[in-house]
Design a binder for this molecule. Structure first.
Ligand code: NZQ
Ligand code: ZN
Length: 390
């Protein structure tokens, strides 16, 4: 069992009517606020007006950057970083899903340097020496960006989508009100739930001896998604379902479940290449890849993990041969993603063919450290998994 450091200093206000604390939290960092958001969902749900009212009540000055794209682009980051400099911003307030929060993290870091923020992500890997403070108001349960220090940014000019972690970009405070997610469509709820599941699966499928307690936590988190995602899709304003998904999204990736497990992720590096080339929703790409990846990696050496997953998460009968249980576990996960959540089940259904497979596979391996994954993967392995997704 490896040693590890647990350090997640994000203050979370969870539940309804917590926005009354927004002004006091922002004021701790200064007077000038950059408010960032996406394509306008926060206006439709009335959240924008509430946020502005709280900011004004606290006597703060606000400038806005809207239009942050799903799969956020480096141009938005550049614009935001420049606005921070121009308006002498003290704190950034990201209101939205993972895309808005991720872009805001790099704006906060970009505001503190004189070079292009893309240098944090490209091969230069410029170090993040500091970042302006970030406060978030989450509106979509999926990425966990509200409680982690990562962000993923796209550069359509180079077909790149690259992630980077740095503790200086960790939000200082996050407001998690499940009712802000009532308006999330069934499709985005399904994609978000698939993303949450994948964040757990990427850690859970690991043969290193580690804390049994963490495996139990992960199984509980996965069962929570499986139980509540369909409820939230059927009854969008079911508070219990939305609350469970929201808190699970944060805990799936805030590094608690990692413990001392050290292992590179498998499906995320592959999916980021799919979204980089085809601009698809992240959780949808993961749904298509994950069961194929599981099938590809299944062997006698790894089968016990599949058995544990199948029996403890999907309730599969343990009194069968291990390989049979493993295959039933993959089938149960596929049924959940494609039948229960109704997500499309192949690249072909999304209009994705082999055109970019070679480049996508090469970049997955280059950016993703896949040789250190659950089952080490090289470019040829990734190509075979992509083929299985057609
Ligand atoms: O732009 P608006 O108008 O807000 O609409 C968004 C967007 O169209 C909409 N939406 C958000 N909240 C809503 C809502 N619609 C109605 N009601 C609400 N309350 O949903 C759409 C998708 O939003 P987006 O922020 O793109 O989704 P998500 O939270 O899934 O974020 C995806 C991005 O995060 C990255 C992904 O790769 C992708 O770029 N990831 C970030 C991670 C991290 N920071 O740790 C880890 C993840 O693995 C992931 O890679
Ligand atoms: Zn993800």
């Amino acid at each position: 069992m490896n040693n590890f450091i647990y350090d997640i200093p994000v203050k979370v206000y969870f539940g309804e009517d917590q926005l009354q604390h927004l002004g006091e939290e922002l004021s701790k960092f200064g007077k000038h606020v950059l408010l960032t958001y996406g394509g306008g969902s926060i206006k439709k749900i009335g959240l924008y007006d509430k946020v502005i009212a709280e900011i004004k009540k606290a006597g703060l000055e606000v400038v806005e950057l809207s239009g942050i794209e799903p799969n956020p682009r480096i141009d938005s980051v550049r614009k935001g970083a420049q606005m921070c400099k121009d308006h002498k911003i003290d704190v950034l307030l990201a209101v939205g899903g993972g895309s808005t929060i991720d872009a805001t993290k790099f704006m906060a870091a970009g505001a503190c340097v004189d070079f292009d923020p893309w240098d944090f992500l490209n091969e230069k890997q410029a170090s993040v020496e500091k970042a302006l403070p970030i406060v978030t108001i989450l509106t979509l349960a999926a990425t966990g960006s509200e409680m982690d220090c990562g962000g993923v940014i796209s550069n359509p000019e180079t077909n790149d989508k690259i992630g980077r972690l740095d503790s200086k970009m960790l939000p200082k405070v996050s407001f998690l009100d499940p009712s802000n997610t009532f308006s999330v469509s069934p499709y985005q709820t399904a994609c978000g739930s698939s993303d949450i599941l994948s964040h757990i699966i990427e850690v859970y499928f690991n043969m290193n001896q580690d804390l049994y307690m963490l495996d139990c936590v992960m199984e509980g988190l996965m069962k929570t998604v499986i139980k509540y995602a369909p409820v939230a899709m059927r009854e969008p304003d079911n508070y219990e379902a939305r609350a469970n998904l929201m808190w699970t999204s944060s805990w799936a990736i805030n590094s608690f479940i990692d413990g001392g497990k050290r292992q590179a992720w498998s499906c995320h590096p592959m999916e980021h290449e799919v979204s980089a080339f085809y601009d698809i929703t992240h959780g949808l790409g993961l749904a298509i890849l994950t069961p194929r990846w599981m099938e590809y990696c299944l062997n006698e050496q790894m089968v016990s993990k599949y058995v544990q997953f199948g029996v403890n998460v999907f309730g599969i009968n343990p009194n069968q041969e291990a390989m049979i249980i493993a295959k039933q576990a993959i089938a149960a996960l596929s049924d959940f993603l494609f039948k229960t959540l109704g997500l499309k089940s192949s690249f072909t259904a999304l209009g994705i063919d082999r055109t970019h497979f070679e480049t996508m596979a090469e970049k997955s391996v280059k950016l993703g450290a896949l040789k250190y994954a659950f089952v080490p993967l090289d470019k040829e392995d990734v190509l075979r998994i992509f083929e299985m997704c057609l």
